[in-house]
Design a protein around this ligand. Sequence first.
Ligand code: NAP
Length: 269
Amino acid sequence: MTRTILITGSSSGIGRATAKQFHEQGWNVIATMRGPEHETELTALDNVLVTRLDVQDSASITAAVDAGLERLGRIDVLLNNAGYGAYGLLEATSMDKISRQFDVNVMGLLETTKAVLPHLRANGGGTIVNVSSIGGKVTFPLGTLYHGTKFAVEGLSEALHYELASIGVNVKIVEPGIVDTDFAGRSFDFTNDENLTAYQKTVAAFFTAQGQMSGDAPEVIAETIYGAVTDGTDRLRYPAGSQAADLIAHRANTDDATFIGGIKLQFGL
Ligand code: NAP
């Protein structure tokens, strides 16, 4: 039987690459996105349903799950990928922006999971893959909100994996390092206030560090996601990309004072 994956945030980056990877491997794909009317490539593929899902819009979540079930009959895997990065000075960031970051990266993931769970339970199993980040294990200055959301994804996924074992559903956490997507462009929402002069040295250091970063292609992360779904194990965490495993291991093996001291040095703090 052909299996089906529902993916959030399929319009670009990791979500799009993963939709193509699963399609190439013969899966049915429910490729969801906020603006399906702009999609042309995925729409042309057999066994791919492109449909609207905005994780901040409850009705769109239900409608996308219903449309997927109607067209493809079942859902076996959910990839919670939709997300973006709100960075910058907490003092300068509006509560609306703070709420939006947690709404999309955390609440949206939980609501989409809740919408799919009854079907997985009725099927007697399935897999939920949550896209976290190295930023769910390691923090950098001016990432208070983004790291807050990804640390939340790490904790909630780990807790949920116990609960869902009772219904045969595996939870997997994928932790990409830096990936060359729209994350540093369209999905990067930076807030500064130059009048807050005390912070400007850190802001400048942040952009210097960001300018030096280079990452993996999103296809590399898509392969890890495919492996996580199909490896037949209940392994929980999958660092993804060329830098992630080493960085996460280094953090785990280094005490706070040493690791954080290194970050401070890098940022001139
Ligand atoms: P991307 O190319 O910018 O993709 C982000 C996706 O999230 C887009 O499809 C975007 O849709 C979608 N999205 C944003 N808000 C949404 C909402 N309210 N409802 C539904 N979809 C929404 O960046 P990416 O790197 O592939 O990011 C995908 C995931 O990987 C994110 O969770 C991110 O935190 C994580 N990640 C990225 C990196 C990296 O370096 N790139 C590293 C670690 C983890 P629109 O087209 O509608 O905006």
